[in-house]
Write a protein that binds this ligand. Structure first.
Ligand SMILES: *Cc1c(COP(=O)(O)O)cnc(C)c1O
Length: 362
């Protein structure tokens, strides 16, 4: 008998490893493994979510009309150029399946976000990873990898798991150097946290032509990772493609209601941004003082570099004995590093104290 088999490239994919949330035998864990934000769920979103329980027999609005209107109002964008997805991951898959495929290459940087590789391979594309400089995407290396087969270029900006950011002028240079028929996808999952003035999440480049897409998510600063909701701002032709291929009811009633309420939560984003602006430098300074190299980050997390994998693994194990879950990033080719989310003030303090003890040989 012959067993059913997927396309061969499917079995080349390593399953995505998410941040862990439990430690066997430990009751109170500090989960700093998935960059979920330090303040939990916006209260208004919790309330909106509860209210939807009475409507769950209804299909959601497949066009997410009200949510797109709310996003448009918030970011001053035309709702007709917005499409929502079950997390931005969903939209990454749709882009890869629609624009990638056999003989259609995808370019990403060496330590770019893992889903680009998974979704691109699934689509049947060759996914080319280009070298970085100081763990930052290198525009020249990306342009050098372009061939007539290139169809998609993914850039997470800021990038996860490195935290590095590419300034607007460099992103514009990337766009200008790509053939017009190559779709550039700018994934700005951490846009709200960026403080550098030379940053743009991608809106300008989306507006400037018909070959660039910006992705955003409710999973990070908006505190709704569990709801699965993200969105794209894209040219009309790309919106048209999304609406042909996406699952028609990809965003649940509960997710739409929670996201609308999260956008309306007074001061929520400002609070998250201010907290990060204070505690990311504190976390960085504390770890640096302990003797750990910390890479510059524009996200709500830092990449702690222990120089060798053994040391990173030992640090991870030590953190776990204290109930702290960081994120090993060996799957990203960074086995000597741990990614650590900027948590509450107490969590930041515990991480610093624990790793200081570790570095002293504790
Ligand atoms: C967290 C993250 C996302 C968001 O994923 P969702 O599917 O929206 O939860 C997208 N891109 C990057 C780079 C991320 O870190």
């Amino acid at each position: 008998m012959t067993a059913p088999r997927p396309r061969p490239e499917v079995l080349d994919i390593s399953p995505y490893i998410g941040g862990e949330s439990t430690i066997p035998g430990v009751n109170r864990v500090l989960k700093l493994s998935s960059n979920e934000g330090a303040f939990g769920v916006p209260p208004g979103a919790q309330e909106a979510y509860r209210r939807t329980s009475e409507e769950l027999h209804r299909y959601p609005d497949g066009d997410a009309t009200e949510l797109r209107r709310a996003i448009g109002a918030r970011f001053r964008l035309d709702p007709a150029r917005i499409v929502c997805g079950a997390g931005s991951d969903d939209l990454i898959y749709q882009l890869c399946l629609a624009y990638g495929g056999q003989g259609r290459d995808i370019i990403m940087s060496a330590h770019g976000f893992a889903i680009y590789h998974i979704a691109g391979t699934y689509a049947g594309s060759r996914v080319i990873k280009t070298p970085e400089r100081d763990l930052t995407a290198d525009v020249d290396a990306m342009l050098a990898a372009v061939s007539p087969a290139t169809r998609l270029v993914f850039l997470a900006n800021p990038n996860n798991p490195t935290g590095s950011m590419v300034p607007y002028a460099e992103v514009a240079r990337l766009r200008a150097g790509l053939p017009p028929e190559v779709l550039l996808v700018l994934d700005a999952a951490y846009a709200e946290y960026v403080e550098r003035p030379d940053y743009d999440p991608g809106i300008r480049l989306v507006d400037a032509a018909d070959n660039t897409v910006m992705l955003r998510t409710f999973s990070k600063i908006f505190g709704l990772g569990g709801m699965r909701i993200g969105w794209a701002y894209a040219p009309p032709a790309v919106i048209d493609v999304f609406n042909r291929v996406r699952s028609p009811f990809n965003v649940s009633i509960a997710a739409q209601a929670a996201a609308i309420a999260a956008l309306a939560e007074p001061g929520w984003v400002e609070k998250g941004r201010a907290h990060n602006a204070e505690y990311r430098p504190k976390l960085t300074a504390g770890l640096t003082a302990a003797g750990i190299k910390v890479w510059p980050s524009e996200g709500n997390f830092v990449l702690a570099d222990f120089a060798v994998p053994e040391r990173a693994n030992a640090a991870d194990a030590f953190l776990r004995t204290r109930g702290v879950i960081a994120r090993p990033v060996g799957g990203y080719g960074l086995p000597h590093c741990l990614r650590i989310t900027v948590g509450t003030p107490e969590e930041v303090e515990i991480v610093i104290a624990t790793l200081t003890e570790f570095m002293r040989g504790g």
